[in-house]
Design a protein around this ligand. Structure first.
Ligand code: UD1
Length: 415
């Protein structure tokens, strides 16, 4: 198993191109199942979860060709079959196969999705949506069985603001009869991206990006071409790393508006953040001021960046408070950060970070992609050498992280 080694203490300097959004592509790939045609997706990130999902699509009979960052998926000859193996269970986004297969075939058998271990991650709102559209649902041997003679549009109020449920219901509803209205929908940029992709295939979705989404069902859908929006989590991670190391980094090919929650918090810490048309430059400062963070659905501070931000806050002069509102078990990186010298106390979903502590390199483990990102930021600051094990977790969300960090002057290598 690969280990990422970092010799800390060098400020990150330079510019870095940001890849396409993971949370978009993981929905766009299943969405291709809705057209019996070939879709071309540009700006696809070279991350591990994409490979897993492409394998799943191939198993359904899709023809997938990759050239550089462009992926062509032809789903004309796809055959519906139960998707219940370990690939499905390793990936949260495999839940989108439910909406897509149900939409196209009126039937789906999909293993309960796995993914990052962030506490209980129910899919009750996804299932509530499918049921409202007319599907019958049963759970047998760890798989969800969905069946509908006909899907019919209806009003669906989500009890929880959920990215996954919003997207999954959109997928199932685009080929349903009549109009579906999703109320209390999530408003993340990736949802807008998925709606843009589906509309490019001929779907009629309005309101994506607001909390009421209206979908007028129609069939069939056509071939389309789409470029994925930039990954705000990857960009945010490099911005945080730049601030943590006292460096100066420009993240390129980004949508600055999507990064506003991170930019605003960095500015509150005294960090210099300047926005270009498609870039954001972060310049570190000393001292860094402590801040409080509450994770929220978009446009609030994203839970995915809470972990790397925690590592940054260990360097602030004073005490910072983090409240993790989205996931009940997303403070696991704290244990490893404390082993490296941080002084962080947790209580349930809260973390109190006493800043200004030196960090020391040691052997630590990436428990999930974002906890891994926290350890990378910590390793870049730490005195001595940090060895991060289980970096396949980091590779699930970050493309070529070692190369990109080296490009910014970090002393990083994969072993
Ligand atoms: C997506 C992202 C993930 C991000 C998260 C929140 C993908 C592939 N992953 O995950 O990176 O951290 O959004 O921005 O896009 N919930 C329920 N019932 C449901 C669904 C969700 O109670 O049926 C709860 C979850 O447990 C969680 C909250 O709602 O507490 C938000 O989850 P959700 O937005 O669905 O996250 P994911 O789509 O899984």
């Amino acid at each position: 198993m690969d280990t990422l080694r970092i010799r800390g203490g060098r400020p990150l300097v330079g510019s870095i191109p940001i890849a396409g959004a993971k949370n978009s592509v993981l929905a766009l790939l299943p969405a291709t199942l809705l057209a019996e045609a070939s879709c071309t997706i540009e700006n696809v990130p070279a991350i591990r979860d994409v490979k897993v999902l492409v394998d799943l699509l191939r198993r359904l009979g899709a023809e997938v060709a990759m050239e550089g960052t462009t992926l062509r998926v032809d789903t004309a000859r796809v055959v519906n079959r139960p998707m219940i193996d370990s690939g499905v269970r390793s990936l949260r986004a495999s839940a989108y196969l439910m909406g897509a297969l149900l939409g196209r075939f009126g039937e789906a058998v999909v293993g309960l999705p796995g993914g990052c271990n962030l506490g209980s991650r129910p899919i009750d709102q996804h299932l509530k949506g499918f049921e409202s559209l007319g599907a019958t649902i049963s759970q047998r041997a760890g798989a969800i069985h969905l069946k509908a003679a006909r899907l019919r549009g209806t009003r669906i109020y989500l009890d929880v603001v959920s990215v996954g449920a919003t997207i999954n219901i959109m997928l199932a509803a685009v080929l349903a009869e009549g109009v579906t209205v999703i109320e209390n929908a999530a408003t993340e940029p990736e949802i807008v991206d998925v709606a843009t992709f589906l509309n490019g295939m001929g779907a009629r979705i309005q309101g994506a990006g607001t909390d009421v989404i209206r979908i007028r069902g129609r069939s069939p859908l056509n071939a389309c071409r789409h470029a994925i929006i930039p990954d705000r989590m990857e960009a945010g991670t490099y911005m945080i790393a730049a601030a943590a190391t006292g460096g100066e980094v420009r993240v390129d090919h980004v949508i600055p508006l999507h990064l506003e929650p991170v930019s605003a918090k960095l500015r509150e810490m005294g960090v210099f953040v300047t926005e270009g048309d498609e870039s954001v430059t972060v310049k570190g400062t000393d001292p860094l001021l402590p801040v409080d963070i509450k994770t929220q659905p978009y446009p609030g501070f994203p839970t995915d960046l809470q972990s790397p931000f925690t590592a940054l806050l260990t360097q602030a002069k004073g005490t910072s408070l983090i409240i993790e509102n989205i996931y009940e078990e997303r403070l696991k990186h704290v244990l490893e950060l404390n082993r490296m010298g941080a002084r962080i106390r947790t209580d349930g979903r809260m973390a109190l970070i006493e800043g200004g502590t030196p960090l020391y390199g040691m052997r630590v483990r990436a428990m999930d992609p974002r906890a891994g990102a926290a350890l990378v930021v910590a390793g870049l600051i730490a005195e001595g050498e940090t060895a991060i094990t289980d970096i396949h977790q980091i590779d699930r969300s970050y493309e070529r992280i070692d190369q990109k960090l080296r490009q910014l002057g970090a002393d990083v290598w994969r072993e």
